[in-house]
Design a protein around this ligand. Structure first.
Ligand SMILES: Cc1cc2nc3c(=O)[nH]c(=O)nc-3n(C[C@H](O)[C@H](O)[C@H](O)COP(=O)(O)O)c2cc1C
Length: 336
C-alpha cells in the first residue's frame, strides 16, 4: 500500500484497528462469521449483522468469528430489536471492540451503556444536524450512507451527503472519523471520498458474491446478472400508507407488493379494513423476505436487497481478491 493511501485513511484505520479503513457493511443473513472473518483477515474490518438474532445466537456467532480470525471486527445492532440491552450485554461479555447502531436514532442511554463498557460506538448520520447531535450524545464515529446503498435507505445520495457532512465535520469535530457508504464499487470512488475528508468507507453489495459469503447461489447469480438500474427503491403508491424505503433488485415480489398495497388501500376505503390493519398488511408483506432470498434462494418471492454498485459485481471472488482489487484501483488512481 502506498504511503499516500495509508495517509488518507490513517485516522479511520487507527480507529478500527485494521490495516485498511474498509468496513464490510453488515448485511442481515449474509454477514455471519465466515464473511466477517474473511474481511478482517484480508485487512478490512468485518461487521456481524445481528439482525433479528436473539442474544444466545449472537453470542455463538461472535465466538465462531473469533475462532476464524484474531483480527478486530464489530457487531451491528438494530436499535428496534426488542432485546437490544441483552444484545449489548453479550457484546460487553464477549469483549467486542466496536458496535454499529443501525435502524434510526439511538437513545443517549444506549450509547452511554456501550461506551461505559469501553466499546467504541458508530452511528448512522443521515444529515449533519443529526451527526452533530450523535457526537454530542457520545458517538465515537459516524457512518453516512447514501440512497445508492442496498437495504434500508434514506432519500439523499452519497455524493450530496458527503458534500454536506464531511467539510462540516472536519471543521467542527476533526477528531471524529466519518465513514462513507452507499454506491462504492471501485477503489477510485474510495479515494474520492477519502480526499473529501472521509476516514474510511463501508461497502456491502460488493461483498455479497464473495466465495466466503453464505448467500444462496441463486442470490449470487441474481447479483452477477444485474445492472445498476435493476437495484430499485421500494415504491409507495399512497401518501397515507407509508412504505419503508428499501433498495433491492426488482423481481416478482416487487410487482406483487404494488398489488398488495392497492388491495389493502381499496379494502380500507371500502370500510373492510381499518387504517392500522391496512398499514400492517403492507408492512407484513416483506416479513422474512430477505431470509427467503439469501438463505432459501427464492429470488422471485424473496427480497433481493442490493445497492446500485451491483452492476460492478461480475463474478464470485475471494474477499482477499475483492479487497486487493479495490486497493489496486485506489493506488492506480492516486499515481495517475
Ligand atoms: C442484503 C443487505 C442487507 C443489509 N442489512 C443491513 C443490516 O442488517 N444493518 C445495516 O446497518 N445495514 C444493512 N445493509 C447495508 C450495508 O451494511 C451497507 O451499509 C450498504 O450495503 C453499503 O452500500 P452498498 O450496498 O452500496 O455497498 C444491508 C445491505 C444489503 C445489500
Amino acid at each position: 500500500m502506498s504511503s499516500r493511501l495509508g495517509h488518507l485513511w490513517k485516522h479511520g484505520a487507527a480507529f478500527l484497528g485494521s490495516p485498511y479503513a474498509i468496513m464490510g457493511g453488515a448485511m442481515t443473513w449474509v454477514s455471519e462469521a465466515g464473511l466477517v472473518s474473511a474481511i478482517s483477515n484480508a485487512g478490512g474490518f468485518g461487521v456481524i449483522a445481528c439482525g433479528a438474532m436473539p442474544p444466545a445466537v449472537l453470542e455463538k456467532e461472535i465466538r465462531i468469528t473469533r475462532v476464524k480470525t484474531a483480527k478486530p471486527f464489530g457487531v451491528n445492532l438494530i436499535i428496534m430489536h426488542p432485546e437490544l440491552n441483552a444484545l449489548i450485554d453479550v457484546c460487553i461479555a464477549e469483549k467486542i471492540s466496536h458496535i454499529v447502531l443501525a435502524g434510526g436514532l439511538p437513545k443517549a442511554v444506549t450509547i452511554s451503556k456501550i461506551k461505559n463498557a469501553g466499546i467504541k460506538v458508530l452511528c448512522f448520520a443521515p444529515a449533519y444536524a443529526i451527526g452533530k447531535k450523535l457526537v454530542k450524545m457520545g458517538a465515537d464515529a459516524l457512518v453516512i450512507e447514501g440512497m445508492e446503498a442496498g437495504g434500508h435507505i434514506g432519500p439523499v445520495s452519497t455524493s450530496v451527503l458527503a458534500q454536506e457532512i464531511l467539510p462540516e465535520m472536519a471543521k467542527e469535530f476533526p477528531e471524529i472519523p466519518v465513514f462513507v457508504a452507499g454506491g462504492i464499487g471501485r477503489g477510485e470512488a474510495m479515494v474520492a471520498y477519502l480526499e473529501m475528508g472521509a476516514a474510511g468507507v463501508q461497502l456491502g453489495t460488493r461483498f455479497v458474491c464473495a466465495h466466503e459469503s453464505i448467500a444462496h447461489p441463486n442470490f449470487k447469480r441474481a447479483f452477477m446478472k444485474a445492472a445498476a438500474r435493476d437495484a430499485v427503491p421500494s415504491v409507495q403508491i399512497d401518501p397515507e400508507f407509508s412504505v419503508i424505503p428499501v433498495r433491492a433488485l426488482a423481481n416478482k415480489a416487487t410487482d406483487e407488493f404494488i398489488g398488495v398495497q392497492r388491495q389493502a388501500i381499496e379494502d380500507y376505503r371500502a370500510g373492510k379494513l381499518d387504517k392500522k390493519s391496512a398499514q400492517l398488511k403492507i408492512e407484513h408483506f416483506w416479513a422474512g423476505a430477505l431470509r427467503r432470498a439469501v438463505v432459501d434462494g427464492d429470488v422471485e418471492k424473496g427480497s433481493l436487497m442490493a445497492g446500485q454498485s451491483v452492476g460492478m459485481v461480475k463474478a464470485e471472488q475471494s474477499v482477499a481478491a475483492i479487497i486487493a482489487e479495490l486497493i489496486a484501483q485506489a493506488e492506480a488512481y492516486l499515481v495517475g
